[in-house]
Ligand binder design. Structure first.
Ligand code: NG1
Ligand code: MG
Length: 533
């Protein structure tokens, strides 16, 4: 699936009917604040949503397929550009070969306004300073690089922009505010610099790479979901042999299935905790791929370079392993699911050290000096660890990749006779239970094996299940943030009441936080541009 980012003419093109009134108020307010701040109207608004990941956690950077969906919460960037290049602003700076970015946020108490004079040839980003405008700059840099590749370096003289942002995706909440912000920024910069059509594929690829400039060794799920999603469908995203995304709809079930998203209010900031959490997991998975390759593949086998953040991945190992077996004439499993089940077992037998592996132990198996190991895998994005838990990380990844395929199989088969149960009357409880069970297994693996949950998320999941959720788990990077729950329509209120009673009432929340604590989410649409008349 590819195509270009749509131009919307009505908010009905973007939002579900029930959200249009509230969104109209919000958009009007954004546009009038833009005029107040800059003294003229915005030219256009770029928009990309957050996402919730349904299943496939922490496997995108190992290049295994995932199943997210876009949510209604999003990032809006209202923009004006100096069109003729000779207004005061631009001529003042043109001599210096710089252009000006004025950037502000509707929440200016939390996200203060800035002005940057940026040289034509390079966008500096200091990833060591945690600053909200870094995300805009990363989108800016990525978009300009793409335009230069397309038009030639001389064809791009970046325009000055005035920008006002309004984001409703909670940050550090596992719903991917960062990818929404980066994708929207890149889209805004492309449109401001004269692109008439923006390819969804190009936008996604550049947003993935751009986000790494902010210091997170990101996979590609969030940017794909943000850009490609279509209203009413989840999105099956694959990363190998190249990025692809396909809408998947949920079958009609009785009772109807809903996704509830619940915040833990434990803030998890990847930029701050990356060295011990997210970026460390990326390193552990990559080292697990190298280790398994060294032990299980014929001597001298090289892993193929791929789109994984560190250039090789567990998926690359997977492919190489079966290619070698085939070459040697061994019988092969009949399906990818069987391969994953076999790899899970092999990883368990090969990576035996529960306590993890030191750098020296890994370097010895890979037959490289420790310094080289560090230079290659642990310096682009610094990590802090004495031991790397290769066993647990590889086992989570293979098992989770397998669960995604099983989940997809259930979705595509629909509630047939075997899964529909004997209750009759179109009752699909058994089918719903089977879907939910996979989500529950993901949660157990995230908690015990991948160690990316936290007690608060575990508690939200336990409360929800007791009140009628079929499946409950952490969503997104974890260590706090959000949880997602597959709940039959007739139990939604009961689950929400249980959270209020047993979880939220015990926290000191502001009325706004209380309001935003959980949301019933329907699959929303992806990136769009809205031209202001
Ligand atoms: P969050 O933290 O929810 O934005 C992160 C990664 C994803 C994926 C998930 C875990 C970024 C931008 N996003 O999501 O690519 O790896 O964790 O499944 O780093
Ligand atoms: Mg993020």
């Amino acid at each position: 699936m590819s195509g270009t980012v749509p131009f919307a003419t009505s908010l009905r093109d973007i939002y579900p009917d029930a959200a249009v009134d509230a969104q109209t108020t919000r958009w009007r307010s954004l546009l009038s604040k833009f005029e107040q701040r800059y003294g003229h109207a915005a030219d256009f608004v770029a928009r990309s949503p957050g996402r919730v990941n349904i299943i496939g956690e922490h496997i995108d950077y190992s290049l295994y397929s995932v199943l997210p969906m876009a949510i209604t919460a999003d990032c809006l960037i209202a923009v004006s550009t100096d069109h003729d290049g000779d207004d005061d602003e631009n001529s003042a700076t043109a001599g210096n070969n710089t252009y000006k970015i004025q950037i502000a946020n509707v929440q200016d108490d939390k996200f203060p306004a800035h002005e940057f004079d940026i040289p034509y040839d390079a966008v500096e980003i200091d990833a060591t300073v945690h600053e909200w405008t870094n995300y805009f700059k990363s989108g800016l840099r990525g978009a300009l690089e793409l335009l230069r590749r397309k038009r030639g370096a001389d064809g791009v003289r970046p325009r000055s922009m005035r920008v006002l942002m309004d984001g409703t995706v909670p940050s550090g909440g596992g719903l991917s505010s960062s990818a929404a912000f980066t994708s929207t920024s890149a889209l805004a910069v492309m449109i401001a610099n004269g692109e008439k059509e923006v390819s969804k594929m190009e936008l996604t690829e550049l947003a993935i790479v751009s986000e790494r400039a902010v210091g997170v060794n990101s996979g590609g799920m969030d940017q794909s979901a943000s850009v490609f999603s279509e209203r009413g469908s989840a999105l099956f995203v694959s990363f190998s042999p190249k990025l692809s995304a396909r809408p998947v709809s949920f079958p009609a079930t009785n009772p109807e299935l809903c996704f509830l998203i619940a915040q833990s209010f434990v803030a998890a900031d990847k930029q701050v905790t990356g060295p011990i959490h997210y970026n460390l997991r990326v390193v552990e998975c990559t080292l697990a791929a190298c280790y398994l390759n060294a032990v299980l593949n014929p001597p001298g086998t090289q892993l193929p370079g791929d789109a994984g953040p560190l250039g090789v991945s567990l998926h690359g190992f997977h492919e190489t392993f079966y290619a070698c077996l085939q070459h040697q004439g061994h019988p092969l499993p009949r399906s990818t699911q069987e391969e994953l089940a076999q790899l899970l077992e092999l990883a368990g037998l090969t990576l035996t050290k529960e306590e993890g592996y030191t750098r020296a132990e890994i370097a010895a198996v890979l037959d490289v000096p420790v310094a080289e190991l560090d230079a290659r895998y642990t310096s682009a994005f610094p990590v802090r660890a004495e031991r790397f838990k290769l066993r647990q990380r590889a086992m989570h990844v293979f098992a989770e990749a397998l669960r995604v395929l099983r989940f997809m199989e259930l979705l595509e088969a629909g509630p047939g006779p075997e899964t529909a149960g004997d209750a009759g009357g179109g009752d699909t409880t058994a089918y719903n239970t089977a879907l939910g069970e996979l989500l529950n297994e993901t949660q157990a693996s995230c908690r015990d094996v991948y160690e990316c949950s936290c007690p608060e998320i575990d508690e939200l999941c336990a409360i929800a299940r007791r009140a009628g959720s079929y499946g409950s788990r952490v969503t997104g990077a974890g260590w706090g943030g959000c949880s997602v729950h597959l709940v039959p329509a007739d139990r939604v209120a009961a689950v929400q009441e249980a959270w209020d009673r047993e979880y939220y009432s015990k926290l000191q929340l502001t009325p706004e936080q209380r309001e935003a604590a959980y949301v019933l989410s329907r699959p929303g649409s992806g990136s769009a541009v809205f031209t202001v008349e």
